[in-house]
Structures are given as C-alpha cells and as structure tokens.
Design a protein around this ligand. Structure first.
Ligand SMILES: Nc1ncnc2c1ncn2[C@@H]1O[C@H](COP(=O)(O)OP(=O)(O)OP(=O)(O)O)[C@@H](O)[C@H]1O
Length: 234
C-alpha cells in the first residue's frame, strides 16, 4: 500500500487507486476501487446497503488498512460519524472542541481563539458553555464538524451524518457543510442514502459491490440508484 500526501498534486484532495480490502474472515468489500475528489468540492458517495461506503470512508481516514492499492489524502482529515454520541466525549460544547486540540500543545489563548473561530463557523458560538446532552442531533453534528475545523482539517469525511436527524435539520446540515466547503476551500466526501441531499453536492460516486461503477452528475446518479434499488426489491 502506498500512502502519500494529496497536496503534492494540486487538483485532487482525495485520490484512491485500485483499492482492495477484505475483512479477516475473507469477505471482500472493496475491489480495485478508484476515485478522485477535486480540491474545494463537495462530493457524495451513494450505493446500496453493504456496497462498501462506510468501509471506504474508514480506509480514507486511516481507521482501517487496505490490502492493496493507493490512497492520497491530506494529513488533516476530520471524520463525522452517523451517531454524534460516538464522537463527542467531553461534557460541554467548548470543552469538546478544545479536546481535539490537546495534541497540538497550544497556549490557552490560542486554544480559546481556535474554539471560538470554529464555533462561529458552524453558527454555534452562543452554545459554547452548553452541556452536550442538551443539544439537538443536528447541533451535535455541527459540534463534531467544529472540532474538525478547529483542528484545521482540509478534508471532511462524513458517514451518513443526517441519518438520525429530522428532515429540517437534515437539510440545514447539508447546506451548512456546502457553505463551509465553499467558503473555507475544504473538500468533503459525504455518504448518504437520502437522495434530496444530492441537490447540494458538486458530484457523486455510485458504489456497487466495492467498486465505483458511475460518477459525476448527482441527478443522473440518483436516478440510477433508484433503479438499482427498485431492481433489488423485485
Ligand atoms: N467489522 C466488520 N466485520 C466484518 N464485516 C463487516 C464489518 N463491518 C462491515 N462489514 C461488512 O462489510 C460490507 C460493507 O459494509 P459497509 O458498512 O462498508 O457498507 P455500506 O455501503 O456502508 O452499507 P450501509 O449503506 O448499509 O451503511 C458489508 O457486507 C458488511 O456486512
């Protein structure tokens, strides 16, 4: 496996070539999977259940190791899980965002500045002292994103971040991520089953049995996915 820094190549923030992955018992999940996400763009990853979307995201984040293939991605990657309760670990909003900065050994004023800037970016500065348990699902996801922004992440990987949200919060979150990507020149890859979210992305990949079988125009891919799901339900 060859991992290098995507910033070496100006045009793509995520580059995957011929990626293969199987679980220890031998079940093959990804088979010569290849894709590229242009820098500064918001792309989505579609596919039927079990097609390998979450596994691919975890490989990109370095949470799993591929069997073979190449991954080129920034060293500063933020991961947002489907269930925010799996990643918010501190008792309050401000403490949680600051927690991600511990490794950087910053001065206290610098930590405060970064936390404040990140909370402003997700429009939640007024909740800085609020306990995590008193947040809505959408607010929790925005805090997880603020954590990534505070750490100066260049790439956001989001694994069905709206799965537990109501429809209004769902569309608020996807619109906010689009705004963050465009205003801060980030790059995002977002896994979804919710086709109305495709209206917000620059492009999409369709994964089938661990391979990208189509990519590009989100509307066309959404129609193709609907067809695949209809065929499977017959
Ligand atoms: N920890 C694990 N150990 C063994 N097999 C796993 C593990 N996690 C997932 N799998 C299997 O790997 C395959 C791909 O799973 P993955 O979660 O990547 O799919 P997905 O496209 O994200 O699915 P969904 O849309 O249902 O979330 C599935 O067959 C799944 O059962």
């Amino acid at each position: 496996m060859n991992t290098s820094t995507a910033s070496e190549k100006a045009d793509s923030a995520i580059r995957v070539r011929d990626l293969c992955f199987n679980w220890p018992k031998g079940d093959v999940v990804l088979q010569t999977c290849s894709l590229e996400v242009p820098k500064g763009e918001f792309w989505m990853l579609l596919g039927t259940n079990g097609s390998g979307k979450s596994t691919l995201l975890r490989l990109l984040a370095g949470l799993l190791q591929p069997k073979s293939g190449e991954i080129e991605i920034s060293n500063h990657v933020g991961f947002v899980f489907q269930n925010p309760d799996h990643q918010l670990v501190m008792p309050t909003v401000g403490a949680d965002v600051a927690f991600g900065l511990v490794e950087e050994k910053l001065s206290l004023p610098e930590v405060r500045r970064r936390v404040e800037q990140a909370l402003v970016a997700v429009n939640l500065l007024d909740l800085e002292r609020r306990p995590i348990y008193a947040l809505s699902g959408g607010q929790k996801q925005r805090i997880a994103i603020a954590g990534a922004i505070a750490r100066r992440c260049e790439v956001l990987l989001l694994d069905e971040p709206t799965a537990l949200l109501d429809p209004d919060s769902q569309l608020d979150l996807v619109a906010q991520v689009r705004h963050l990507v465009k205003s801060r020149n980030l790059t995002a890859l977002w896994v979804t089953h919710r086709l109305d979210e495709l209206n917000y992305c620059d492009g999409a990949f369709l994964l089938e049995k661990g391979q990208v079988v189509d990519q590009g125009d989100p509307k066309r891919l959404s129609q193709r996915l609907m067809q695949v799901e209809q065929d499977l339900s017959v």
